[in-house]
Design a protein around this ligand. Structure first.
Ligand code: GRF
Length: 212
């Protein structure tokens, strides 16, 4: 008979959210299926009313609400985030629909260990929160868009790219239909990229991420 490993042996992921939480759900499902050998150590929300908090509670994952404007400075909010992530034992961090711009101190505390998912093929349509990148892709008339998972650096949406998935744009697409197809790819790509980040096989060389 084998004794199951206690879940604390698994590497911890911190997930930062602000809204719906479908990417958080995808991470939890990948763990449940055994596709991602990790545990969600903590979910931090920038809003008290984020539906993602209910998803975390349902999965009995610890949650914290850290609202940046409740702190005198962004650096102090950043320090609270770093302390909470460290206390929970997070080794990597996923920004999964997290709206505030992270203070540089958080980025420096987790070098090449914070991953963001963005709904476009970066560097195209960088900078905006969903659904702006999807709307911009439609307006620009591109035939292919998609999503990107990248390491977070101090420059918004400009960190080294870990993985991308292409999604064709259809003639009859609306922002909603296009966003839905991109989201399906996000749900596949983010857990996969987290697994790679935890594997220790990713090396950042300049702007490139190399898998060894
Ligand atoms: C996703 O489209 C993601 O690319 C963007 O914000 C959205 C978050 O959705 N960064 P959800 O909260 O994970 O459902």
């Amino acid at each position: 008979m084998t004794t199951p490993r206690p879940s604390t042996d698994l590497p911890g992921i911190g997930v930062l959210v602000s809204g719906r939480g479908s990417n958080l759900q995808a991470i939890l499902r990948a763990i449940e299926r055994g596709d991602l050998r990790a545990r969600v150590a903590l979910v931090i929300s920038s809003r008290h009313d984020a539906p993602a908090l209910e998803i975390a509670a349902h999965a009995t994952v610890a949650t914290r609400v850290i609202v940046p404007r409740d702190y005198p400075t962004r650096a102090e909010a950043g320090a609270a985030i770093v302390a909470a992530l460290r206390e929970a034992g997070a080794q990597v961090v996923a920004l999964a629909g997290y709206k505030p711009i992270l203070d540089a101190s958080v980025v420096r505390a987790f070098p090449n260990a914070i991953l963001n998912v963005h709904p476009s093929l970066l560097p195209a349509f960088a900078g905006g929160m969903a659904p702006r990148p999807q709307a911009e892709a439609l307006e620009a008339g591109v035939k292919v868009t998609g999503c990107t998972v990248h390491f977070v650096t101090e420059e918004v949406d400009a960190g080294p790219i870990i993985a991308q998935a292409a999604v064709p744009v259809r003639d009859d697409d609306t922002v909603e239909t296009l966003s839905a197809r991109i989201l399906t790819e996000e749900h596949r790509l983010l857990p996969q990229a987290l697994g790679l980040a935890l594997s220790g096989r990713l090396y950042v060389e300049g702007r490139r991420v190399i898998l060894r």
